[in-house]
Design a protein around this ligand. Structure first.
Ligand code: GCW
Length: 609
């Protein structure tokens, strides 16, 4: 495999780290090197050039018991070495005052396959895996530093559609090598596991979670892993979902499956992150957005305390806008984590500039962070020189880390910080416009892809571009666009009300249950998500539904055109390499937005007239 080496600008971090562990009071001098190539490879870490050349680091065991820090002038104080590490990066971005991590678990999920491909990856192949089983340690170190700089403290190294081979000795040895590189940066490794592994490897006859030989196999496997990686974090599991094996294969429940793994990990303080992204298993045929609650609600309270249920922010699948997933309301005695998708599977992938912080903030406005034990982000990182494919996709990795540390930060604050750290903001004349472009970009994407809650009308399988007429008889119906928009001569939208629809609204806590259920009170952003609405219905603007849809498609397209203008005007302040790359992507985004508008208005228009 051809491996692309990134320019890695060495700092004295490693030496620094060793010193920190030994001393409670250190004055450390950093050497700052200029990141010469403006190729995006230094991410938001490029601008440490010229920062103060001395920093005082102090350990204070009277600080709160976490990895937070206090910065006063050039002094960083923390209770732990990790806190000093985080404090150093905070100081580099100009922070003062005290700050503590909100979520204890701040974890990236890589959907990387062992052959090096990445499911829903748009930035090249995996930085961890390839056929040769070789990785570039410098690259992994640079990855670790970038994560540490925004407080990410865990990473799942492989795809949730997991290969049983992941748990063979030779791969576990590789995981150990990676873990050893990540450890000094405060990052623990986790693995996705295939529930059927012992059977698939031919080491047991069954994968039934209640079978003693299977339970013993997992216990031994856990011991084997922890012997090599004492701070291993635990397992992430996708079971009985989209063809993956799971406890249902043996007539057992999700709790039986999760608890078996939890018991194996418990002696080592490991956790199980069990995903609730299931449909078409036990509740086949039911409205897809209801199925997670249908499958899990009755199991509330039946999970071990080291099991965390991990759910996507919305009940469907990472659409540009979804109402929050009601499973967060329904599981009252089970620890929960939110899974956000940093990689832009349904948001223009590697081509569209869409800043995701506003979407995640929207989620937190419905699901209080206080309900969550942790947060996971499906990574957008690959071997591309700039890591993320699109330069502005780096901002989403950054935003995930910042919100995992402090979900109260505003999208504006995060975007401002990122712009400041990523470009030479002194040179950019239209900084406010760039900021505004980032902050408007998610809403623009919603407008040209799914106005008024019109969801999942993407082209099959790869999810890029529109296919509203999509229907393949051999596919599960819930993979087909026509299942979601339900356009007919009368109107459009998915009736999920309690009176005439699927009753999905009932899974929400009040006041949302009633608000969403009633056409008159349902927020327009979710209108067609919850209701089948006549074409002639008057929206709040006074326009008919059809006019409003057309208006919003046009608004999305116009927004992207305005982004192109803004980018043109920033040309003099941005290095040529990155400017050109983003310019080309914005032009592609504009073509795509026009395609969404043309295809959707053409197709839906045929029902209106
Ligand atoms: O909708 C799907 C994605 C799959 C993904 C799955 C999941 C990893 O299209 O690529 O599989 O979600 O989250 O498990």
């Amino acid at each position: 495999m051809k491996r692309e080496m990134r320019e890695y600008v060495a700092t004295e971090n490693n030496r620094w780290w060793m010193m920190v562990i030994c001393l409670s009071f250190i004055i450390c001098h950093f050497s700052f090197c200029v990141a010469l190539a403006e190729d995006g490879s230094r991410l938001w870490l490029r601008n440490d050039v010229g920062a103060a050349d001395s920093l005082i680091l102090k350990i204070d065991i009277k600080m709160p018991k976490d990895d937070g820090y206090r910065i006063s002038g050039n002094t960083v104080t923390a209770r732990t070495p990790k806190g000093l590490l985080y404090g150093k990066y905070a100081w580099l971005r100009g922070e003062q005052g005290e700050s503590h991590p909100y979520f204890k678990l701040r974890i990236l999920n890589h959907w990387d396959n062992l052959n090096g491909s990445i499911e829903r990856g748009y930035a090249g192949n995996s930085i961890f895996w390839n056929e040769e089983m070789e990785f570039d340690p410098q690259l992994i170190k640079a990855y670790a530093e970038a994560n540490a700089s925004i407080g990410i403290n865990g990473t799942v190294l492989n795809n949730v559609n997991a290969s049983p081979n992941m748990l063979t000795r030779k791969y576990i040895k590789k995981v150990k090598e990676i873990a050893d590189i990540l450890r000094p940066w405060g990052i623990r490794v986790y693995l996705s596991v295939n529930f059927g592994t012992p059977k698939a490897l031919g080491e047991t006859e069954t994968a039934d979670p209640l079978d003693p030989s299977v339970r013993l196999w997992w216990k031994k496997k856990a011991a084997q892993i922890y012997k090599l990686i004492p701070d291993f974090g635990g397992f992430l599991v996708k079971a009985n979902s989209e063809g993956q094996p799971g406890p249902f294969d043996y007539g057992r429940t999700h709790a039986d499956g999760a608890n078996m793994l939890a018991d194996a990990l418990k002696p080592f303080d490991g956790i199980v992150m069990w995903r609730s992204f299931v449909y078409g298993a036990k509740h086949k045929g039911e409205d897809r957005v209801k199925q997670a609650v249908s499958e899990f609600a009755e199991l509330d309270g039946k999970f071990r305390d080291n099991v965390i249920l991990q759910s996507k922010n919305g009940p469907l699948d990472f659409q540009p806008r979804e109402p929050y997933a009601p499973i967060f309301d329904q599981m009252k005695q089970t620890s929960q984590m939110a899974e956000l998708q940093i990689t832009q599977e349904y948001l223009g992938q590697g081509d569209h500039l869409v800043f995701l912080a506003p979407m995640w903030k929207e989620f937190f406005s419905f699901v209080s962070p206080s309900k969550l034990r942790g947060i996971a982000g499906v990574a957008n990182i690959g071997l591309d020189k700039n890591w993320c494919g699109h330069h502005f996709a780096q901002a989403n990795w950054y935003a995930f880390g910042r919100l995992a540390w402090n979900p109260a930060m505003s999208s504006r604050q995060i975007a401002e910080e990122w712009l400041q750290l990523t470009f030479d903001s002194e040179k950019i004349a239209n900084k406010d416009d760039l900021l505004s472009m980032m902050l408007r970009s998610r809403e623009a994407c919603v407008d040209y892809m799914m106005p008024l809650g019109l969801h999942h009308i993407f082209k099959f399988d790869h999810h890029m571009g529109p296919q509203p007429d999509g229907y393949i008889p051999s596919y599960p119906l819930e993979w087909c666009p026509i299942y979601y928009h339900k356009a007919d001569k009368q109107g459009i939208g998915f009736d999920r009300t309690t009176t005439t629809g699927t009753g999905a609204t009932k899974q929400y806590r009040e006041p949302y249950c009633s608000l969403y259920d009633d056409l008159k009170t349902c927020p327009e952003q979710y209108l067609l998500w919850f209701h089948h609405v006549p074409w002639t219905y008057r929206t709040l603007s006074g326009r008919t539904l059809w006019e409003e849809l057309k208006y919003r498609y046009q608004r999305g397209v116009s927004e992207v055109e305005d982004f192109i203008r803004i980018w043109q005007e920033s040309k003099d302040g941005i290095d040529e390499e990155r400017w050109k790359a983003v310019d080309a992507k914005l032009k592609k985004q504009s073509i795509d937005a026009h395609e969404w508008q043309r295809v959707c208005t053409g197709y839906f228009g045929s029902f209106v007239n």
